[in-house]
Design a protein around this ligand. Sequence first.
Ligand SMILES: Nc1ncnc2c1ncn2[C@@H]1O[C@H](COP(=O)(O)OP(=O)(O)OP(=O)(O)O)[C@@H](O)[C@H]1O
Ligand SMILES: [Mg+2]
Length: 328
Amino acid sequence: MALPWVEKYRPKSLNELISQDSIIETIQRFIKNDQLPHLLFYGPPGTGKTSTILACAKQLYTPTEFNAMVLELNASDDRGIGIVRDQIMSFASTKTIFKKGFKLIILDEADAMTNDAQNALRRILEKFTDNVRFCIICNYLSKIIPAIQSRCTRFRFGPLSDDKMNFRLDHIIQAEKVDITEDGMKAVIHLASGDMRKALNIMQSTHLAFNKVNEENVYNCVGHPSKNDMLSVINWLLNDDFTTIYNRLIHLKTLKGYALQDIMTEVSRFVQMIEFPKKVLIHILEKLSDIEYRLSNGTNEKLQMSSLISTFIMARNMSEFKPKAITA
Ligand SMILES: Nc1ncnc2c1ncn2[C@@H]1O[C@H](COP(=O)(O)OP(=O)(O)OP(=O)(O)O)[C@@H](O)[C@H]1O
Ligand SMILES: [Mg+2]
């Protein structure tokens, strides 16, 4: 069976990783001087955290050493206090038969570790510095207790830049002979917003479903509102009465299967492109962020949609604001 591209094209060595140059350079220097500290990687999904430490491990150990020297635990493993006490402790404290160097313990998706387990870890981090290095990986730094943060060297993995993603995607497009247009590439990169895993998944599923990866197919494949639909939505919000907008939005959502959250993301992007008076823009942005927050808590979509419409109707009633038709 064909591998998903995210696995097939996971960088195999550190120099295949894009965009995180200064992090890679620093880690290479640590390894070269044999002074690797405990590491803490954090940052948004799909930016290369897991890939970086796996590539490091490949560089540090030969395939025969790998299993004895590397312990990898991720969210699918139980990581309560019991595991920290038993599995991690016993791995850390057994002598290595292969060579003198240190063992590596990778705690991936550590945001999911309980505070108790993290507290148990702080002692282990100090006790086994001679023969073990930890790499703790998470999305949210705030989920890691300060005591652990201060025992590690931290690295923030930022979202990947558009041109670097473009470069890496080009390599995969050639290898997989993907039929992709320029606007298709732009759409993939726009929807991925710095997450390489998302970019690869969108490109692979559009390629499988439609063969041709163009803008329309990409948006169709992920069910994200297309530019034309969004232009209509913005023009309704700026010109129609409440009931008309409500009915049109319901119709569009049912017809195309769009989620209100995705419509909101696009509305807030469009709003920044329209020349609103400052006071009106502030009103709209404040309300949009409230709606987005409520939606992320799983509130009723229809009610939040009414709130979105009200936001614009109120903005239209604010002084000196004369809405116009918006075009691409
Ligand atoms: N910097 C990068 N350079 C090249 N490919 C990358 C990079 N970052 C991510 N990728 C691609 O995306 C896939 C997922 O990356 P990875 O598992 O390293 O992300 P992550 O940062 O650990 O994300 P998460 O926080 O969701 O675990 C990889 O298999 C690889 O194909
Ligand atoms: Mg990861």
